[in-house]
Design a binder for this molecule. Structure first.
Ligand SMILES: [Zn+2]
Ligand SMILES: [Zn+2]
Length: 299
């Protein structure tokens, strides 16, 4: 099991590698530029080189890049869409220069248009952004969303449609646990998790999930409101995360926390919470039995 967090590139790209190593990550995610500005300051060849060298030496992997929040490849507004395509092309180029394994992207928003139209635009824009580039070793992961506002990708069907319309590109899925829950996939119960993964299987295919964003949720089931919480401290809960990290279809995937940083040490605590859950994996039946034995021993 490989666990990590989204780490900051503040100061220099390479700081993310150092910080990830320091807090005990196996894998990590970064923004390759300021996530809230259109004008990214492109790293210099020397900065790329330093990042690649330190990352190789660190043994950290896979490396996941998250795309800029402003990008909306599905926008009905042509100017925003063109800006987004140009910015996403830069995302791909930086990811290649950093030798990243995955580039996670948000499908975008259908505001001002229809959901079907937005899905088509998203796929078209992705292809346009990647035109002429060789995505050597880089896979683009479409992230499922909480369905806040007019965002697309809230259902597995929508994610699957984007994947099939953008075929020809190396594509996969990044499954965000908080987004699943907030979008109305009952991953917090045992049966619900099984059903959710069945639905993943009958839409885009579970094998296309290449990374998990491991986030608990501050908001209620089906709320369509995207607010992350520390592992086990939210509405999804610890028992559900134990089932998630130990599920045969998920347990070999990289788990990346995008949990809040309220206090120093939060990232470290979330990583160790996931590790603990994966390390101790008694089946529910065994746990009950053991609990029973302890009770019996006491009485
Ligand atoms: Zn995301
Ligand atoms: Zn996420």
């Amino acid at each position: 099991m490989r666990v990590g967090v989204h780490t900051s590139i503040a100061g220099a790209l390479v700081n993310a590698v150092r910080h990830a190593k320091e807090i005990g990550c196996d894998t990590f995610q970064i923004f390759s530029a300021n996530p809230r500005g259109w004008k990214a300051r492109e790293p210099t060849p020397a900065q790329y080189e330093q990042f690649r060298a330190e990352r190789a030496a660190s043994g950290l992997g896979p490396l996941v890049i998250h795309d800029n929040y402003l990008i909306n490849l599905a926008s009905a507004d042509r100017l925003i869409r063109e800006k987004s395509v140009a910015a996403f092309r830069k995302e791909i180029q930086r990811a290649l220069a950093l030798e990243a394994d995955y580039l996670v992207m948000h499908p975008g928003s259908a505001k001002g248009g229809t959901v079907g139209g937005a899905i088509r635009l998203c796929a078209e824009s992705m292809k346009k952004a990647a035109r002429g580039l060789t995505l050597d070793g880089l896979t683009i992961l479409v992230e499922n969303t909480a369905g806040q506002g007019s965002t697309i990708g809230r259902s597995f069907e929508e994610v699957a449609q984007i994947l099939s319309l953008a075929d020809g590109l190396p594509l996969g899925v990044c499954l965000d646990t908080a987004h699943c829950f907030e979008a109305g996939y009952p991953i917090h119960t045992q049966k619900g998790l099984a059903r959710t993964l069945q639905q993943a299987g009958s839409t885009f295919g579970v094998e296309r999930v290449r990374a998990v964003h491991a986030n608990d949720s501050k908001t209620a089931f089906g709320s369509h409101s995207d607010r992350h919480e520390h592992i086990g401290k939210g509405r999804i809960g610890l028992a559900a995360f134990r089932r998630i990290v130990n599920h045969p279809a998920l347990k070999f995937l990289p788990f990346i926390c995008e949990t809040p940083l309220d206090e120093p040490g939060d990232d470290r605590r979330n990583i160790s919470a996931l590790r603990k859950l994966a390390g101790r994996s008694p089946s529910p039946a065994r746990r009950r039995k053991r609990g029973g034995a302890r009770k019996a021993g006491k009485s």
